[in-house]
Design a protein around this ligand. Sequence first.
Ligand SMILES: C[S@@+](CC[C@H](N)C(=O)[O-])C[C@H]1O[C@@H](n2cnc3c(N)ncnc32)[C@H](O)[C@@H]1O
Length: 282
Amino acid sequence: MAEMDWASSDPDEPGHQPVDLQTGQPHPARVYDYLLGGKDNFAADRAAAEAGLRANPNSRIPPRENRAFLGRAVRYLAGEAGISQFLDIGTGIPTSPNVHEVAQAVEPRARIVYVDNDPIVLTQARALLTTGPRGRTAYIDADLRDIDAILGSAELQRTLDLSQPVGLLLIAVMHFIPDEDDPWTLAARLLAALPSGSYLALSHLTGDFDPAAWAGVVAVYRRSGVTMQVRPKPDIERFFAGLDLIDPGVVSLPQWRPDPSDVGGPPSDAAVSVYGGVARKP
Ligand SMILES: C[S@@+](CC[C@H](N)C(=O)[O-])C[C@H]1O[C@@H](n2cnc3c(N)ncnc32)[C@H](O)[C@@H]1O
């Protein structure tokens, strides 16, 4: 079946633009979708994912555990932490349950701003957009490295009240930002714009538990044009500098507040290879 190269950003919007999906090269959102068993991916994405699976046959486990962590972290924030506004950067292709579904199940008035720079996420953003008495969402097509574009966007200003606490979600996105782009300063600049009582939830791939396998995956992805950088725990803890970490701190994902209903033993730390944590801005 022929695969499309161009799609509409949103045919119902006046002035919508055709979007080049760049199907000839793998994109992180679509590789991740493939590893999760989704259908929103193209031959180049599947080839990169399969090469990653050959380098590390456990490569489907991190996305699955990461989605579970995302759900637990957002439930914690919307519930126990009382957060009703979220800024989710590196949203990914809509995958149910999306952040607004999890948050609004706990706090029906929750408002969410989604941000991603991938063209296919833009074309599917409608699935993320809900407006009603029960809360609101917005989507911003922007690069995480362009903090001014994100914080200054009209969609964000209309949707979030930055004088009130916000849950900043940087879930499985910072490992696509290389050291030379200083991901720590990017996170710090975002947090600086949020008031006391805001939270950061972050997850990040690591090579700590299986260095050889992850060196192989990073090399395979880099060869296909996807910049990915796994980081050791101290580098991941740096994202939380100046914040108060919620128990149990920065841990292998299955150890972060597992649901009592989880059955069976968690996969090994080596199979998961993602750290995550949640922290409050004092
Ligand atoms: C692995 S997916 C994670 C999706 C979702 N946060 C989750 O945890 O299920 C990473 C997402 O980050 C996005 N991303 C990567 N680099 C980005 C950048 N510089 N700016 C904005 N989004 C980026 C990708 O397009 C992709 O959708």
